[in-house]
Design a protein around this ligand. Structure first.
Ligand SMILES: O=C(O)CCC(=O)C(=O)O
Ligand SMILES: [Fe+2]
Length: 355
């Protein structure tokens, strides 16, 4: 397929529903605008589609993040996927450990607390030191396309997790389809042929990541360098992020050093640009740092508070792993990055993130 040489990518990073949540404050809404995708999906007039496309591209140029409504994924589908994910994480460690994540080329399987530390660093030694000192306080289950000839998903036994496999496969397909639509909107918003990305994103080389953040003492979570997920950018084209009502996701304002809460908004999906799409667009579209920190805590005594458990689901969309990612038209005169193979790039980034 492709070789695993993280050093080759070192210079390549571009410069539930468990109760519904309150609406985000106005300031957050303008930084991460809520965009209704209905008119784009329902293929009404060309003019209306272009208006939606322009809004998406303009937000991706500015903050790299949007809340998408009218995305077409029924809320009971999302709720059911969250419920099956919760069932999975409730299984014993013994069962989950038998499904362990083993190889960045596969990027499939169960990742227990402490195995991953997301960061912007690409230095394996620095990342290993960080991970030992301040691992991400989370566990995850990583799922790839199920028909891959080289790599197999690590499914639990049906008797241990009834309907888990089918639910996740359906959700994977649903998210893939939404990715295709949003990429069409991006092409249109960049004044390119709407189908420009289609042939480069049809092989479903994506990663469905179920996330479970255990409850944790707030004092521990607020220790230096500690987080549920450290500040990082994502690697692929787009991430579709489904979050429960707990909160804690924050997005860095690219114009200052402040992190702004991406407060959960019911019925929306947080969509953000990843590093490969930023690179594809010559940094016209922004891949923005984000992290998961302590949301408002629950007091358990006069001296101690607990940060409640949190669940999220991230669908990391990627180009086909055999696709070449080279600067798009209409994205500036000075090309910043040479063409790169998408699979090699993604696997290289994953290889340095895990232990
Ligand atoms: O759990 C979240 O809200 C965000 C997770 C995330 O950013 C990631 O896994 O890349
Ligand atoms: Fe992320």
């Amino acid at each position: 397929m492709f070789s695993l040489r993280p050093s080759r990518i070192a210079h390549l990073i571009p410069s539930t529903r468990r109760g519904l949540a309150r609406a985000a404050p106005r300031s957050v809404q303008s930084f991460i605008p809520v965009i209704d995708f209905t008119k784009f999906r329902e293929a009404t007039g060309e003019h209306e589609r272009k208006l939606v496309a322009d809004k998406i591209v303009s937000a991706f140029k500015e903050s790299g993040f949007i809340y998408l409504t009218g995305h077409g994924i029924p809320s009971n589908t999302i709720q059911n996927t969250f419920a099956k994910s919760a069932d999975f994480f409730h299984m014993s460690s013994q069962i989950k450990d038998r499904l362990a994540w083993e190889d960045p080329r596969s990027n499939r399987g169960y990742v227990k607390v402490g195995r991953e530390r997301v960061t912007q660093s690409l230095d394996p030694t620095e990342i290993a030191t960080l991970r030992a000192k301040a691992p991400d306080f989370k566990e995850s289950m990583e799922i790839g396309r199920d028909w891959d000839s080289d790599w197999k998903n690590q499914w639990p036994q049906e008797s241990d997790a009834p309907q888990f496999k089918q639910t996740m496969l359906n959700f994977y397909q649903t998210c893939h389809e939404l990715h295709v639509h949003v990429m069409r909107a991006i092409a249109l918003g960049l004044n390119l042929e709407e189908s420009l990305f289609d042939a480069k994103i049809d092989k479903q080389c994506h990663n469905l990541r179920l996330l479970s953040y255990p409850p944790i003492s707030t004092a521990l979570l607020q220790g230096e360098g500690q987080a549920r997920a450290g500040a990082h950018s994502d690697y692929g084209t787009l991430t579709l992020l489904f979050q429960d009502s707990v909160g804690g996701l924050e997005v860095k304002n690219p114009h200052s050093s402040t992190f702004i809460p991406a407060t959960p908004i019911p019925e929306t999906i947080v969509v953000n640009v990843g590093d490969l799409l930023a690179r594809w667009s010559n940094d016209v579209l922004r891949s923005t740092l984000h992290r998961v920190v302590a949301p408002p805590a629950e007091k358990i005594s006069d001296t101690e508070s607990m940060t409640p458990a949190r669940q999220s689901i991230a669908f990391f969309c990627n180009p086909n792993f055999d696709a070449e990612v080279a600067c798009l038209p209409n994205c500036g005169k000075d090309v910043k990055y040479p063409p790169i193979n998408a699979g090699e790039y993604i696997v290289g980034r994953l290889a340095v993130t895990y232990t």
